[in-house]
Ligand binder design. Structure first.
Ligand SMILES: C[S@@+](CC[C@H](N)C(=O)[O-])C[C@H]1O[C@@H](n2cnc3c(N)ncnc32)[C@H](O)[C@@H]1O
Length: 235
């Protein structure tokens, strides 16, 4: 019997996995479609486990504090894997905007989140330098495949701001975030990668770089090649 190719059928994924079928189907199809463009490191165990850690802690915080994460801005969002995990992670999320300066990322991120992108842009990836984001009310536009023209300006106001790439960027973007916003941050102590211009040597150094009025969580996880730090709180 010929091997059944699950990736050819969204319905088979749904039958096996329920609503998580869409999650797996969208990821699997994107990996096939963009095989030559995707940097394998995005699917390394360390990258995936650090995002599972984030979703697990956000779920714990939701259980204890009943927080609705509302509109989420994911900064330096790369291929949109974290947003996909958030949508299916059992936490309250209205919509997610993923910002990355690399113009090759948005099509891959939209595809990773195809179900939610197609659902009236519940997810949308945007090519943008995070230093140009207005964290009170951000106006953005992008090409609409459906209408074959630029979208009208859309204004979003984030309830939650996530940056899991703090090691990649100087911390000054944090100054632009208004006080009172919920912030989720990750960094690491890996200095071997040349793009890690802002890696930190300890949890204390990480905490002192991003000042919060209330910290809900601050922790460290050891991965094979580095330690990752995570802080969740209100600026
Ligand atoms: C290698 S990736 C992410 C690694 C990280 N550990 C993660 O998965 O969250 C870092 C991303 O930051 C993006 N980036 C760097 N500087 C940026 C900026 N100023 N604005 C937006 N995106 C930026 C890069 O284009 C890249 O996609």
């Amino acid at each position: 019997m010929e091997l059944l190719r699950l990736k050819d059928s969204r319905k088979r994924y749904a039958a096996l996995l329920g609503s998580k079928g869409d999650f797996m189907y969208d990821i699997e199809s994107t990996l096939t479609l963009y095989e030559d463009e995707i940097d394998d490191d995005a699917f390394s165990l360390g990258q995936l486990e650090s995002k599972t850690w984030l979703v697990d802690v956000m779920r714990d915080i939701f259980m204890v504090r009943n927080i609705d994460y509302g509109t989420i801005f994911v900064l330096c969002g790369w291929y949109g894997i974290l947003p996909a995990m958030l949508f299916y992670g059992g936490i309250p999320v209205s919509k997610i905007r993923s910002f990355d300066i690399d113009p090759d990322c948005h099509k891959i991120a939209d595809s990773m989140n195809k179900t939610n992108t197609d659902n009236q842009w519940r997810f949308k990836a945007i090519t943008q330098d995070i230093f140009d984001i207005n964290f009170e009310k951000h106006s953005w536009q992008c090409w609409s495949n459906k209408n074959e023209r630029m979208s009208y300006p859309i204004i979003d106001s984030p309830d939650t701001i996530i940056n899991t790439s703090c090691e990649h960027i100087s911390p000054h973007w944090f100054n632009k975030i208004p006080k009172g916003k919920l912030v989720v941050l990750q960094s690491n102590d890996s200095f071997t990668e040349k793009n890690h211009i802002n890696a930190v040597t300890s949890k204390e150094e990480f905490e002192s770089m991003y000042s919060m009025s209330e910290v809900y969580y601050s922790g460290i996880t050891e991965f094979e090649k580095y330690n990752r730090y995570m802080m969740i709180g209100v600026k």
